[in-house]
Design a protein around this ligand. Structure first.
Ligand code: NAG
Ligand code: NAG
Length: 247
């Protein structure tokens, strides 16, 4: 009669101890490899959803590298896609110049630039001081850098462009780094997919621009329009507030 509760007790004890052990071992593991700080809670309205399933920051980075380093994709990006994509990007950048959101003397960054087609397009339209970052460098257009932890000083750029927001595991950190490295008054242009799901390498899904407006805390949204950008359907433009400007 006494054996049962004892058995139950020791079972429960073992269970909770293992649970605690698991939590303790998993948690620091995630912490340790996740150098970007945990994201701010984003958007109560559910229009931005982080895809589950990454056990660690390293597992996430590895998955991103799987795409970036895929030899077939890289071949296509640098050959068949090269001219076609540069033409389309150049058209987008020309339009931004006409709206005075970008100028020849803007210092410009392309985030998640892969082989640097956007950078080549910027240079073609006359924005010569432009560079890209990605996990894998592609000199001279793209230098190595993680968009969750940009390798640049505060207030470096006048203009930042990205079409990889959906790859951000920490959207607040992605945006925080843009706002940190933009000069006051600087412009960030994102191409995002609102009406269709991006790809299997995406780390989040975005259903409206509202979450962006929330997480661009140091900026104002100055333009939104529909575009046809390689599966991305919406262009959103933010301008970082000047120091004395109130939100
Ligand atoms: C900007 O650069 C382009 C391409 O080099 C050039 O055609 C254009 O005249 C320049 N615009 C200004 C305002 O300097
Ligand atoms: C850079 O910006 C971040 C975030 O705005 C701030 O916390 C940090 O103190 C700044 N660093 C320098 C060197 O100004």
């Amino acid at each position: 009669m006494k054996a049962k509760p004892l058995l139950l007790k020791s079972f429960l004890l073992t269970f909770f101890l293992s649970l605690a052990f698991l939590l303790l071992t998993l948690q620091p593991n995630i912490r340790k490899t996740t150098n970007p700080p945990p994201q701010n809670p984003v958007s109560g309205n559910g229009d931005l959803r982080i895809r589950p399933g990454y056990k660690s920051y390293e597992a996430y980075i590895q998955r991103q590298l799987d795409k970036t380093l895929n030899p077939k994709l890289r071949k296509i990006w640098t050959t068949r896609d090269w001219d076609r994509k540069i033409d389309v990007f150049a058209k987008f950048f020309e339009e931004l110049k006409q709206k005075h959101l970008l100028a020849n003397d803007s210092k410009a960054l392309c985030i998640g630039a892969r082989v640097g087609q956007e950078v080549a397009a910027l240079r073609r339209v006359g924005v010569s001081d432009s560079v890209g970052i990605d996990l894998v460098p592609y000199p001279p257009l793209v230098v190595k850098g993680d968009f969750h932890n940009q390798p640049f000083e505060n207030e470096t750029f006048d203009f930042e462009f990205s079409n990889v927001f959906d790859h951000a595991l920490y959207p607040s950190k992605f945006v925080g780094e843009i706002e940190r490295t933009l000069r006051p008054g600087g412009v960030c242009v994102l191409h995002v997919a609102l009406s269709r799901r991006a790809d299997k390498y995406s780390a989040n899904d975005l259903y409206s621009v509202r979450p962006l407006v929330e997480i661009f805390r140091a900026s104002e949204m100055v333009d939104v329009r529909r575009v046809d950008g390689f599966g991305l359907d919406t262009e959103v433009v933010f301008r970082k507030r000047k120091k004395n400007q109130r939100s």
